[in-house]
Write a protein that binds this ligand. Sequence first.
Ligand SMILES: CC(C)CCNC(=O)Cn1cc(-c2ccc3c(-c4nc5ccccc5[nH]4)n[nH]c3c2)cn1
Length: 262
Amino acid sequence: WSLADFEIGRPLGKGKFGRVYLAREAKSKYIVALKVIFKEQIEKYKIHHQLRREMEIQTSLRHPNILRLFGWFHDNERIFLILEYAHGGELYGVLKQNGHLTEQQAATYIASLSQALAYCHGKCVIHRDIKPENLLLDHEGRLKIADFGWSVQSSNKRKTMCGTLDYLAPEMVENRDHDYAVDNWTLGILCYEFLYGNPPFEAESQKDTFKRILKIDLSFPLTPNVSEEAKNLISQLLVKDPSKRLSIEKIMQHPWIVKNAD
Ligand SMILES: CC(C)CCNC(=O)Cn1cc(-c2ccc3c(-c4nc5ccccc5[nH]4)n[nH]c3c2)cn1
């Protein structure tokens, strides 16, 4: 592939490392999202190996709820990633527009995320950075995890702090070793945010967010009205001891998911 094969459209936003444009492959008319990453950025931030690993990870993942990386090409100063185009845009937009989601929508997205994570964990990939901005919707409103900005192969004990803090599990806040269960924690954070409109441990300062996470300072507002089953699932995921968090399989069998996810 080369840039000449594509007609470039409007900017779709900026992902990690670069901007993303709507694009159409000239011959097939196939619509894609084309991400442009400047090589000088890669040199400057020394992220060549991380980028390569992400590209290998994302190319190898094939799942209906994981955004495809079809391929890539480069010219002298830029690398271009040919990504799946998600017609529905960011889930974040839907969440902010409606304030919060219905229990059916929330359960459907949590079920989709759980299936995608079960698939990733099966391939020894921990996502570690799942947040609404990284979740896109296709033309049927089906969820697509877009950004493997900090995904690692599981053996890694990386210590870098990644992304916004609201979604960090206690073991990551305490910079202890972490494993797949960080993604289970994040499902609890997202479930809470889908139903209430903001993440459970939000605070004025980062320090206070850290404290609330480490204390599991979890409370459920009286409005909007949320079912006991939903609160039960959230309470079984936002557990300090990673080994005590509900497994992905158990999430899929939880009464709230079985009843509300479609
Ligand atoms: C290899 C490594 C660097 C990871 C490869 N993955 C990414 O680059 C992650 N990434 C995906 C995107 C992205 C952003 C937006 C979209 C969209 C999209 N569709 C939209 C519809 C309406 C409004 C906005 C939209 N954005 N479709 N596919 C996308 C893909 C940005 N970063």
